[in-house]
Design a protein around this ligand. Structure first.
Ligand SMILES: C[S@@+](CC[C@H](N)C(=O)[O-])C[C@H]1O[C@@H](n2cnc3c(N)ncnc32)[C@H](O)[C@@H]1O
Length: 265
C-alpha cells in the first residue's frame, strides 16, 4: 500500500480517482476505467471518508466527454501533441489509446508525478512532466508548432484566473493550431464543493465562472466550439438527465460543471 504525501490541490486527485473506481465497479459503468480501480486499491487512504461524493457519476461523465473530444481530435490530427494538464493519477492515455504517431505528456506537480510513477511508466511517445502548470518554462519541453491538444479535467479550478489566462496564452503561442478542452464550475457549486473539500482532502477551488463570456475573454485567440453541462452529455445517466430537465430553470444547476472546447488559430 502506498502512503499519500500530498498537500493542498494535489490531494484533490483522490476524488476523481475514487469516482472513476466507483464507476468501474458499477454495472452501468460510464468510463470502464480499470486502472482507477486498481490504483485506488493500492493507495493507503480511507476512501470511505470521502462519503460517496454524491456527484461521482458526473465526474466519470466529465472524463468521458473530454476523452471523446480528445479521440475526435486525434482522428483528425493523428500527428498531434497532447497535454493532459493536472493529470493526477488519471489513465486518460489508456482510455483514449492514441495512435503511435501522437506524442502525449502527462503534466502535474513533482510530488504527484513521483506518486504517478508507481503506476505508470514512460515510453518515448508518452512522457510525464513534473512541474507546476503556472511555471512558464516547462512548455519548452513540448514540441512547438502543433497541432496540439490540451485537456484539463478538474484542474483550472485550483488556479487563479490570471494563471489560467497565462497558461492559455502560452499554449496558443507554442502551437500554431490546436484545441483546448476543460471544465469550469459555477460559483454556487464552488461554495458547496469547497465546504466538502474542507471536510475531506483539503484544497480550495479559487476559479469559477457563471458567465462563459468571461472565460472566452481569458484568451481572445481561442474560439469556443462547444459548451456542455455535465447533465446533458450523451454519457450522462438517464436519472441525472431527467433531474436536469426538471430543474434546469435553476441557473445554479445549469452552471454546476460545464465542459468547454476551444480551437485556434
Ligand atoms: C481534482 S484533481 C484532477 C486530477 C486529474 N485530472 C483527474 O481527473 O483525475 C486536480 C489536479 O490538478 C493538479 N493541479 C492543480 N493545480 C496545479 C498546478 N498549478 N500545477 C500542476 N498541477 C496542478 C493537482 O495536483 C491535481 O492532480
Amino acid at each position: 500500500m502506498l502512503r499519500i504525501e500530498l498537500s493542498g490541490a494535489q490531494r484533490t486527485l483522490l476524488i476523481p480517482l475514487y469516482a472513476r473506481a466507483l464507476d468501474y465497479r458499477s454495472p452501468r459503468s460510464i468510463l470502464h476505467d480499470r486502472s482507477a480501480d486498481e490504483i485506488a486499491r493500492r493507495i493507503d487512504f480511507d476512501f470511505s471518508t470521502l462519503g460517496h461524493w454524491r456527484g461521482s457519476p458526473l465526474l466519470a461523465v466529465r472524463a468521458r466527454q473530454l476523452d471523446e473530444w480528445a479521440s475526435e481530435y486525434l482522428t483528425r490530427r493523428p500527428g498531434a501533441t497532447v497535454l493532459n494538464l493536472g493529470c493526477g493519477l488519471d489513465a486518460r492515455f489508456e482510455r483514449v489509446r492514441p495512435p503511435p504517431s501522437v506524442r502525449w505528456f502527462d503534466v502535474d506537480y513533482p510530488e504527484v508525478i513521483d506518486l504517478r510513477r508507481n503506476f505508470y511508466s514512460e515510453t518515448p511517445n508518452h512522457r510525464m512532466l513534473a512541474t507546476s502548470l503556472t511555471a512558464p518554462e516547462w512548455l519548452g519541453a513540448v514540441d512547438p508548432g502543433g497541432p496540439g491538444l490540451a485537456i484539463a479535467d478538474g484542474v483550472f479550478e485550483y488556479m487563479a484566473e490570471g494563471e489560467v489566462a497565462g497558461l492559455l496564452g502560452r499554449l496558443v503561442e507554442r502551437w500554431s493550431e490546436g484545441e483546448v478542452a476543460f471544465d469550469v464550475m459555477g460559483r454556487r457549486t464552488v461554495r458547496s464543493v469547497n465546504r466538502r473539500l474542507d471536510a475531506t482532502v483539503g484544497g480550495r477551488i479559487v476559479w469559477s465562472a457563471d458567465d462563459l463570456r468571461s472565460v472566452d475573454a481569458l484568451e481572445p485567440r481561442l474560439r469556443r466550439t462547444a459548451a456542455r453541462s455535465v447533465f446533458e452529455t450523451p454519457y450522462t445517466p438517464a436519472a441525472f438527465r431527467t433531474l436536469a430537465a426538471v430543474l434546469f430553470f435553476s441557473p445554479g444547476l445549469r452552471r454546476a460543471i460545464r465542459l468547454l472546447r476551444y480551437e485556434f488559430p
